[in-house]
Design a binder for this molecule. Structure first.
Ligand code: PBE
Length: 266
């Protein structure tokens, strides 16, 4: 109804993703800092969130989700980030690559490829979009690698092919990380590596690399989103720098909603 507050229309609920995600923790912090006492973040999964978002948009209903860029949802739907005048969600971030200590000496070609891996938001979104259109991720990753020989040549420059060296990457089931991990895995396979990719929770992803159970990951959102995990593990991992610039997290709504700032939720 016309006079209902935004809170009433969405049942004072932010539609979240998995509880381990940094964007969920930041949303809980936003509830505190903006004094949104009646609100809660409903946790589920990245897939459940995008499904609910799609359903709401189909019916032109209000919804507030934990969002991030790069993500295919911005290409598919008319969405906007809510302004965050208190800066709870931080500024633009980098997605960084972390590997276990010692892997540089043991698997130098793997190390060098991960170190040289870097792409853009547009490139990552190409893979995400084809998956959201129904393509399976292995096929989408192969297609992207086939279509981007120059980029792949930069990532593999100065390395030699290997004969079945085993490497394991860990990742979380976020659409952006599903895309990046599968693309770099495909590149490594074409260089002769036997690649295993293992899906885990966020904290476990960091721990596995820090404790040497996995060789690396391409899913470290810094300085903000995974800042707490980085603090815990920074002395036990090797930071290979950014693989993508201009990442961002925040609260996201369809543009048809008459709300511009998190402050408006009070
Ligand atoms: N995300 C996608 C993750 C990092 C990558 C924004 C959902 C998070 O919130 O931890």
């Amino acid at each position: 109804s016309g006079n209902a507050s935004v809170g009433e229309t969405v049942d004072y609920t932010i539609t979240g993703i998995d509880a381990g995600a940094g964007v969920v923790k930041s949303s809980e912090k936003a509830i505190e800092e903006y004094g949104l006492e009646d609100w809660e973040v409903k946790t589920s999964s990245g897939g459940a969130m995008t499904e609910e978002l799609g359903n709401a948009i189909e019916d032109e209903e209000p919804i507030i989700v934990t969002g991030w860029t790069p993500h295919w949802k911005f290409a598919k739907y008319d969405l906007k980030y809510l302004e965050d005048p208190k800066g709870v969600f931080g500024d633009e971030e980098q997605i960084k690559t972390m590997v276990r200590q010692g892997v540089k000496e043991e698997k130098p070609n793997f190390h060098k490829i991960l170190d040289q891996f870097a792409w853009t938001t547009d490139e990552m979104e190409q893979v995400m979009l084809s998956v959201s259109d129904g393509e399976d991720i292995e096929t989408a990753a192969k297609q992207w690698v086939d279509d981007n020989e120059d980029k792949v040549a930069e990532w593999t420059k100065g390395t030699e092919k290997v004969d079945g060296i085993e490497v394991e990457l860990v990742y979380v089931a976020w659409d952006s990380e599903i895309a990046s991990t599968n693309v770099i895995a495909e590149v490594l396979r074409r260089q002769g590596f036997a690649v295993k990719i293992t899906q885990v929770e966020n904290a476990m992803m960091w721990k596995a690399v820090a404790e040497g159970e996995a060789d690396g990951m391409v899913a470290a959102w810094l300085p903000g989103t995974h800042g707490d995990l980085y603090e815990s593990y920074k002395d036990q991992v090797e930071d290979l720098g950014a693989n993508l610039e201009g990442a961002k997290i925040g609260l996201v709504v369809p543009k048809y909603m008459d709300v511009t700032s998190i402050e408006d939720l009070k």
